[in-house]
Every structure is written in C-alpha cells, then in structure tokens.
Design a protein around this ligand. Structure first.
Ligand SMILES: [Zn+2]
Ligand SMILES: [Zn+2]
Length: 133
C-alpha cells in the first residue's frame, strides 16, 4: 500500500472520510479526526497497516480540507451500502433514522431520544437490520 490514495476515501454522499484498510469512518472531534486516527492506528510500529511519519503527514495534508466538523449522517436502512465500509448486521430505530450495532446502544438511544423505559417495548422501537451484504 505505497500509493497513499488507497488509504483514505472521501464519500460526498454522506460527507464522510473512510479509512480503507480499517474499514471505518474517521470521526471528527474527540478522536482527533484524520491526524488522530493516523497517529493512533497507523503509527510506524502499528501491527496492522503501519505508516511512516512522512506518509502520515502527507495523508493528513491531502485531507486537511475534509476534516469533519460534525458527526456524519448515518445512512438509513434503505440506503445502499457505502463503498469500503463493511456491511454489518445491526439495529435500526423505527422512530428516527438512527442505526447502531449493539442492543445496549439502541437501548440507550431509545431511552434518551424516545423516552423509552420498558424493555418489553424495545421491539417497537427498533428492528433487526440484516443488510444486503
Ligand atoms: Zn485506519
Ligand atoms: Zn430513534
């Protein structure tokens, strides 16, 4: 993977930057955006996909204008899979476009966003999402 253009992919449909070898969306803010991801995950001694300091610098310069300022929009259950991202089984909220993978995360979402309180009603809040992998 010497070609640096194979590392990060910008998706303008969702306004997200994807790390191709990791298969993850680079999150803005706390985790430090591009620089944070490269430094933390792809430092020169990383077990998987290490990058030299100069390559990291080049990549971060390449994508400097694309560092996200807000959390990206989550693709809804009906949208096509985003290229480079693994399609995973997950849950989606029936009341809003929220999707997540873990039941506990969905419970937290339902509780805070939809005033959901009882476990028995969780099925009306979310539904299992099996993506077309
Ligand atoms: Zn990565
Ligand atoms: Zn919701």
């Amino acid at each position: 993977m010497d070609d640096l253009s194979d590392w990060l992919s910008y998706n303008d449909e969702f306004d997200i930057l994807i790390c191709i070898p990791c298969g993850v969306v680079i999150m803005p803010g706390k985790s430090g955006g591009v620089d944070g991801h490269l430094e933390f995950t792809h430092h020169s001694k990383a077990e998987k996909f290490p990058l030299s300091t100069s390559s990291r610098r080049k990549l971060s310069q390449l994508h400097r204008g694309r560092i996200l300022n807000s959390m990206p929009q989550t693709p809804g259950p009906d949208s096509n899979p985003v290229p480079h991202l693994p399609v995973l089984e997950g849950l989606y909220c029936l009341d809003c476009p929220y999707i997540c993978r873990a039941l506990a995360t969905m419970e937290r979402h339902a509780r805070s966003e939809h005033k959901w309180s009882s476990k028995s009603s969780l099925h009306s809040v979310c539904q299992q999402l099996i993506s077309n992998a």
